[in-house]
Design a protein around this ligand. Structure first.
Ligand SMILES: Cc1cc2nc3c(=O)[nH]c(=O)nc-3n(C[C@H](O)[C@H](O)[C@H](O)COP(=O)(O)O)c2cc1C
Length: 331
């Protein structure tokens, strides 16, 4: 049943969505997601104690996380019923941001499969409007609220403000398509202060999302700074910066299966280097159950994906859960 539905979505993506201009495809995809009550269909969720994990001490019903992209409460509510063990919000900034001008998202098809390149530029409604829109959102699974700032104060203030509605907070220091956060990776000392301030301001566990573009800095400075600041979760990671002449910014973040080998390598190395001191979320390129399994086997505590949600549809989480359960010891 799940594999038939997944094949039908693949045909819909390949035959319809991937042939439309990107902005039209996004509009159609998001309208369908808002309109269709898929989350009421029990078919997507699979509850089994063998799938449960803890992330920074927070219990997740399973280790499959929807990565940061959506801030719309209706879409987040739907996603919470589509099999995910946790759902992440788009990175929220203090002030509303219109995002970069169009085109800010294009498809990138490589031998590895369909991917995306975006220079979204944190299009979001800003802290106050976001908080108001989240009122009444039922957390069927934990909500990870992502925030992005420019200064130490930004991160502390944002974390303090979102803590009441978050089960976990994620500090985005790694989106490659705006100066707003990307340069944090080049300022490790100041970053440490920002991480400490954010962790102190949070009444819930904090995760830091890092960039696959800085493996050496991550290992030598950024992850040690996070651990020293009392942060126990690292999300490795964000999209990879590439030149892309079709985008308004002429560069953006590559996501999807082309970045999977680096994600696997980063997770394996980080687990080996830092041992049990960290919970690791492996994000970047997961678009099939075997990739999720490979990341967990390499030491990830949980896995995240966004592009796979677009290219493989809402059935992917359930397919991953089936694969995980098939290899779990019998209850
Ligand atoms: C259109 C778009 C918008 C995104 N917005 C955010 C964001 O606001 N914050 C963030 O941390 N990551 C953001 N990401 C990155 C994803 O959360 C994810 O880390 C990245 O795409 C790699 O995973 P994937 O290959 O599964 O997509 C965005 C990705 C895309 C494609």
């Amino acid at each position: 049943m799940v594999s038939v539905a997944a094949a039908a979505y693949r045909a819909f993506y390949g035959g319809v969505l991937s042939r439309l201009p990107e902005q039209t495809a996004i509009r159609i995809g998001q309208s369908l997601l808002r309109a269709l009550p898929l989350d009421r269909c029990p078919f997507f969720t699979l509850r089994d104690p063998r799938l449960e994990v803890t992330l920074g001490g927070v219990r997740l019903p399973n280790p499959v996380i929807l990565a940061a992209m959506y801030y719309d409460a209706r879409i987040l509510a739907r996603a919470m019923g589509l099999g995910f063990g946790a759902v992440t919000t788009k990175s929220i900034t203090r002030q509303p941001r219109p995002g970069h001008p169009l085109p800010n998202l294009v498809r990138s098809v490589t031998a590895a499969g369909p991917g995306l390149v975006n220079c979204n530029g944190f299009q979001n409604p800003g802290l106050d409007a976001f908080l108001a829109s989240m009122r009444g959102l039922r957390h069927r699974v934990p909500l990870i609220v992502s925030v992005a700032g420019e200064s130490e104060e930004d991160y502390a203030d944002l974390v303090r403000a979102v803590t009441p509605i978050a089960d976990l907070v994620e500090l985005n220091i790694s989106s490659p398509n705006t100066k707003l956060v990307y340069t944090w990776s080049e300022r490790p000392r100041q970053l440490r202060e920002a991480l400490e301030g954010a962790r102190r301001a949070a009444a819930v566990p904090v995760s830091v999302k890092i960039s696959p573009d800085f493996p050496d800095e991550n290992e030598r400075h950024i992850i040690p700074a996070a651990i020293a600041a009392g942060i126990q979760i690292v999300n490795y990671g964000n999209a990879r910066r590439v030149d892309e002449p079709r985008l308004s910014q002429k560069a953006g973040g590559l996501s999807g299966p082309a970045i999977f080998p680096a994600t696997l390598d980063n997770v394996r190395r980080t687990r080996k280097r830092f041992g049990a001191a960290l919970d690791i979320v492996g994000t970047g390129g997961v678009d099939a159950p075997d990739k999720a399994v490979a990341l967990l086997d390499a030491g990830a505590t949980a896995i995240g994906y966004f592009t796979g949600f677009v290219t493989r549809g809402p059935f992917l989480a359930r397919r991953i859960l089936d694969a995980l359960l098939a290899r779990a010891p019998r209850a």
